[in-house]
Design a protein around this ligand. Structure first.
Ligand code: PEP
Length: 257
């Protein structure tokens, strides 16, 4: 049985000291809690990855995993400001978010770039967390399904999956991120079905079953998390704002148990 996924995207919000503090508090709060149903992935800023790794190597009863918020698509070389998959692995990073809407919008991240990032991650045995989702304007124009399918197919073009390789797709309607107002769970589930259909164009059912999980992101909190994960086609959540508060974080995890 696959575990539910819980990705905490801390974005550019916490310093190294704040990251360590939050991770330590989470570890303590979840210490006695039997967490065998959820894969909890913490995605801090790059500067905090090494210290987070040290904190979790010392003691990690809740089995918290480390994720990054981006990667570059080349192995190494003259790419000022970028970070490689190998560098991320060195600090126990096992998951990497790619194609987040904030990067697509603010930094011009394209479907082609996302595809290259997915490939380098898989080559390095890291798990890509691929974000897809429509803007409000696209939804208003009735383009939601088209956008979600296009982004999914483009991100996975020519990708080969074998062994234990895994991909997480995060459906994130761009217009609800950070607003405190999630979409209805059935609305999210519709998009999850569209994503599954898009995947089925390129991957056989057994590959889909074994290598993919599809999660929802966009204003998830302790009040609505269960409504999402209780849905058959929703394998977990990606959480921004609500994952920055210890109590709220712990409340959400306990609801996934
Ligand atoms: C996100 O970071 O992608 C996100 C879903 O943020 P929030 O939970 O704050 O909407």
């Amino acid at each position: 049985m696959k575990k539910n996924i819980f990705v905490a995207n801390w974005k550019m919000n916490l310093t190294v000291a704040e990251t360590k503090n939050l991770a330590e508090k989470l570890g303590q709060s979840l210490r006695s809690f039997k967490n065998d149903k959820t894969e909890i992935i913490l995605c801090p800023a790059f500067t905090a990855l090494d210290d987070l790794c040290t904190v979790l190597r010392k003691e990690n009863p809740a089995d918290l995993k480390i994720g990054a918020q981006d990667v570059f698509w080349e192995e190494k070389g003259a790419f000022t400001g970028e970070i490689s998959a190998k560098m991320l692995k060195e600090v126990d990073c096992r998951y990497v978010i790619v194609g987040h809407s904030e990067r697509r919008k603010n930094l011009g991240e394209t479907d082609e770039m996302v595809n290259k990032k997915v490939k380098i991650l898989l080559e390095n045995d890291l798990v890509p967390i691929v974000c897809v989702g429509e803007t409000f304007l696209e939804r208003q124009k009735g383009l939601r399904d088209v956008i979600v399918a296009r982004q999914t197919e483009a991100a996975l073009r020519d990708v080969k999956l074998f062994g234990n390789k895994k991909i997480i797709i995060a459906y994130e309607p761009v217009w609800v991120i950070g607003t405190g107002q999630a979409v209805e769970p059935e609305d999210a589930e519709h998009s999850h079905r569209m994503i599954r259909e898009a995947l089925m164009e390129n991957f056989p059912a057994d590959v889909l079953e074994k290598h993919f999980q599809i999660i929802y992101g966009g204003s998830v909190d302790s009040k609505n998390i269960k409504d999402f994960v209780d849905r058959e086609n929703i394998d977990g959540v990606l959480v921004g704002g609500a994952s920055l508060k210890v109590e709220e974080f712990v409340k959400m995890i306990k609801q996934l148990a």
